[in-house]
Design a protein around this ligand. Structure first.
Ligand SMILES: NC(=O)C1=CN([C@@H]2O[C@H](COP(=O)(O)OP(=O)(O)OC[C@H]3O[C@@H](n4cnc5c(N)ncnc54)[C@H](O)[C@@H]3O)[C@@H](O)[C@H]2O)[C@H](O)CC1
Ligand SMILES: [K+]
Length: 244
């Protein structure tokens, strides 16, 4: 079955799987994070060797939770990883909080002011992600299928996608990976809000099945290459049929 799922259908499938007692939200989050790292190395095999640097930008919900898992896994792989949080640790949902704490056991988190980022935040983030620090990968784990409101207030943070990365004197654009969907897009809408025209991902890793947002291509496709990773929700797929 390959048709698209809405955010509500995805949530219903996830809740049914968890309610069955056969899997926990935390296990799903771990599988999601592993799927993202797998997709990164499939997309860019050159990143499997040598030491690399990633900047992970986590948001206030479980999409951010996936980001903390990805940060931990890349660090375990030997990468240098810098993590930013747009959100409040105390208000993270339980599974994201567990992964926040697991990450904190091995690395720092730079908090951005919330809910409105400051110019200083943008400077700090751009320097980490696009200064001469040789960042090879930027992971967008701010918002996923739970985005409910416009994020225009965050747009300064996203202006970065056309800044090239200085690695020595060789400028190479950092690779942008979006977890689940590029932040700012609404899962059920194939067209992004117009203020999002500047945000492009090179790779979007989503879970279980594609959502309407993944069909979107904005001049150059804003999701980039979309990869669907199985996180073991197949047995509950039929739940989608009873959700509007
Ligand atoms: N469905 C699954 O099987 C799995 C999903 N995973 C990941 O979880 C996210 C969905 O997480 P959720 O917490 O529902 O939402 P988000 O993380 O996308 O963020 C929404 C979060 O932020 C708040 N919010 C919404 N809009 C705004 C705004 N404009 N400004 C500030 N804050 C905003 C909102 O209230 C929420 O709290 C999914 O995408 C996956 O990445 C699991 O990890 C794996 C299984
Ligand atoms: K995202």
């Amino acid at each position: 079955m390959t048709e698209l799922l809405t955010a509500a259908q995805m949530r219903a499938i996830e809740q049914a799987a968890i309610a069955s007692g056969e899997v926990t939200g935390l296990e799903l989050m771990e599988r999601a994070g592993r799927g993202v790292v797998e997709a990164i190395f499939e997309e860019w095999p050159e990143l499997k060797a040598g030491s690399h640097r990633a900047v992970v930008l986590c948001g206030p919900g479980n999409n951010g939770g996936d980001g903390f898992v990805v940060a931990r896994l890349l660090k375990e792989w030997g990468w240098e990883v810098e993590v930013f949080l747009y959100g409040e640790p105390a208000k993270l949902p339980p599974d994201a909080r567990v992964n926040y704490e697991r990450w904190r056991g091995m690395g720092e988190v730079t908090s951005l002011s919330f809910p409105r980022v400051t110019e200083a935040d943008v400077e700090r983030f751009n320097e980490a992600a696009y200064g001469l620090s040789g960042t090879s990968l930027v992971v967008d784990a701010i918002f996923g299928v739970g985005l409910t409101r416009s994020i225009e207030g965050l747009s300064p943070l996203f202006g970065y996608n056309d800044i090239e990365v200085g690695v020595g004197d060789r400028l190479t654009p950092a690779r942008h990976v979006a977890i689940d969907i590029p932040s700012g897009m609404f899962a059920d809408e194939p067209e992004p809000p117009d203020y999002l025209s500047w945000f492009l991902a090179d790779l979007t890793v989503t879970f279980h099945r594609m959502k309407p947002a993944h069909l979107h291509s904005y001049t150059t496709a804003s999701c980039g290459n979309v990869v669907v990773k199985d996180i073991g929700l197949g047995p509950w797929d039929h739940i989608a049929e009873v959700v509007k």
